[in-house]
Design a protein around this ligand. Sequence first.
Ligand SMILES: Cc1cc2nc3c(=O)[nH]c(=O)nc-3n(C[C@H](O)[C@H](O)[C@H](O)COP(=O)(O)OP(=O)(O)OC[C@H]3O[C@@H](n4cnc5c(N)ncnc54)[C@H](O)[C@@H]3O)c2cc1C
Ligand SMILES: NC(=O)C1=CN([C@@H]2O[C@H](COP(=O)(O)OP(=O)(O)OC[C@H]3O[C@@H](n4cnc5c(N)ncnc54)[C@H](OP(=O)(O)O)[C@@H]3O)[C@@H](O)[C@H]2O)C=CC1
Ligand code: HEM
Ligand SMILES: [Cu+2]
Ligand SMILES: [Fe+3]
Length: 522
Amino acid sequence: MAAWCLVNGTPAQGPERPLGMEGGGNLDPQSVAKMPGEMDKPLISHHLVDSNYSLAEVPSEAPKVGILGSGDFAHSLATRLVGSGFCVLVGSRNPKRTAGLFPAAAQVTSQEEAVACPEVILVAMFREHYSSLCSLRDQLTGKILVDVSNPTEQEHLQYHQSNAEYLASLFPTSTVVKAFNVISAWTMQSGPRDGNRQVPICSNHPEAKHTISLMARSMGFTPVDMGSLASAREVEAMPLRLLPDWKVPALLALGLFVFFYAYNFTRDVLQPYVQENKNKFYKLPVSVVNTSLPCVAFVLLSLVYLPGVLAAALQLQRGTKYRRFPDWLDHWLQHRKQIGLLSFFCAALHVLYSLCLPLRRSHRYDLVNLAVKQVLANNSHLWVEEEVWRMEIYISLGLLAFGTLSLLAVTSLPSIANSLNWKEFSFVQSTLGFVALVLSTLHTLTYGWTRAFEESRYKFYLPPTFTLTLLVPCTIILAKALFFLPCFSRRLSKIRRGWEKDGDVKFTLPASQALAQKTSHV
Ligand SMILES: Cc1cc2nc3c(=O)[nH]c(=O)nc-3n(C[C@H](O)[C@H](O)[C@H](O)COP(=O)(O)OP(=O)(O)OC[C@H]3O[C@@H](n4cnc5c(N)ncnc54)[C@H](O)[C@@H]3O)c2cc1C
Ligand SMILES: NC(=O)C1=CN([C@@H]2O[C@H](COP(=O)(O)OP(=O)(O)OC[C@H]3O[C@@H](n4cnc5c(N)ncnc54)[C@H](OP(=O)(O)O)[C@@H]3O)[C@@H](O)[C@H]2O)C=CC1
Ligand code: HEM
Ligand SMILES: [Cu+2]
Ligand SMILES: [Fe+3]
């Protein structure tokens, strides 16, 4: 379109073209040639570092960028851009008042002056004030306008047109690019420390998008192409979402905690109070929490491995892998990472709480009281062999389970996950994760021992808490064992290689591969 042709009057010189500044002729070839490789070095461009200039004396050949607005975000943008070697012009309705707030190198002037020279203008204002810029329309013709705005949740619902598209409709002769809205003023000012913050960018003009991508890159961000300006609404919704993938798993964990806490409160505090008139309220902060947390961790861990079993069962029953799983299962499969990490978090808290159990004063009083009782009863040696073994074993199994879970948690860090190949990652996540589930189950079983069968353990007719948690994991372990039987495992591996029960394709596996499949999957 015409607007864009004006900006990019000269033909492209290759992918590392400078920031669309060639039109103005104020281009520094050296700094441009270095740009992509300089990301890991300080972001101040060479002439600012090497010279004895004060920052106020920016060489005139630095690429020029205009900013409209003098608020918080404008200030952060100006600071970052000056630090990245740009010549910044800030356009304010009241330059005298605001000039003192900006770095000396940024020139604060009237709006008209700020947009006269630069080819790129960042609009750091709120949507409702865009229309006040209409008097600048002629001067903005052919220039790139960058919309950095974030709508509030209410605005996002109220307007069907994104802020960027609205800006584009006000300035049909300019090119509008959506960028930088996901970055907070703080990050913008301090700079991304790991040089890895992503900035989604979209525009209807590929050249303008490319220009702003290079600009983002030289500011230390990683541009992500989001396509045309029609995506702006989606890009504007991004900062409105609060940890979207974590919402359901976190609510699930919270719900389980509330349930188990109420259950344990009823059994361990309410029942003694009501039926035996004993005051056990001291158990609320540590004891009841440490009976609830491990149950949450254990249930969440089994919920990580249950959907895999359900998926396999469904495939076996349907006799094909070419039918979509139901939505709930699909969604569940996709949230296993979050559920698993929450399980790890609860398990880690359980470990810390468990280690602190003997530190409590209540525990010391219990010990002393027991000792006094022993003395009065004239018992010199208290040692129940079975109890000793039970505890040694369940503690050890708990430690092993937690160690294995830690491995899973570590490999889910992106830096570690990226260094593993697919097979290694799935060995840790799928195989070791299942081992962790088995170890946790054994830990819980040895902790529970015969208590599930003792009538005195049923408070208010409620069974001991751990019995509630065992059903799902035991089902999973049984199902996995079942799928390991040759008749099921052979059928499952055939299905996963594309065989269909009712299909025309007859599929047979080479014997050696059938064996490998059997051991790798279930
Ligand atoms: C502390 C912790 C951290 C975790 N971190 C991560 C993480 O970073 N990333 C992550 O993804 N998960 C993570 N998880 C979740 C979990 O470890 C993984 O999802 C794990 O791979 C699940 O293993 P699985 O054996 O149940 O399922 P999978 O091996 O994924 O298999 C699930 C099901 O998918 C189907 N399937 C498998 N292969 C095929 C095929 N070729 N064709 C068709 N269908 C197939 C089958 O029905 C199978 O049963 C974490 C868990 C924990 C506890
Ligand atoms: N703060 C942040 O962390 C982030 C902000 N953003 C976006 O950046 C934009 C600016 O945000 P922010 O800097 O925080 O807001 P501020 O309120 O601090 O700044 C807005 C600026 O707009 C200018 N302006 C121009 N015309 C008008 C007008 N008619 N009425 C009022 N002000 C006008 C003002 O500058 P002057 O008086 O000099 O003309 C004012 O300083 C918003 O769209 C926001 O969504 C995006 C990402 C992060
Ligand atoms: C270092 C590792 C661990 C240690 C030292 C440990 C220790 C303990 C202790 C001391 C108890 C008894 C709590 C009480 O007296 O109320 C217990 C119970 C339990 N633990 Fe662990 N544990 C560990 C790891 C785990 C892990 C990884 C899980 C599962 C994810 C787990 C699940 C449970 C469960 C379900 C109970 C039964 C809770 C109840 O019903 O009272 N533990 N553990
Ligand atoms: Cu054009
Ligand atoms: Fe979701």
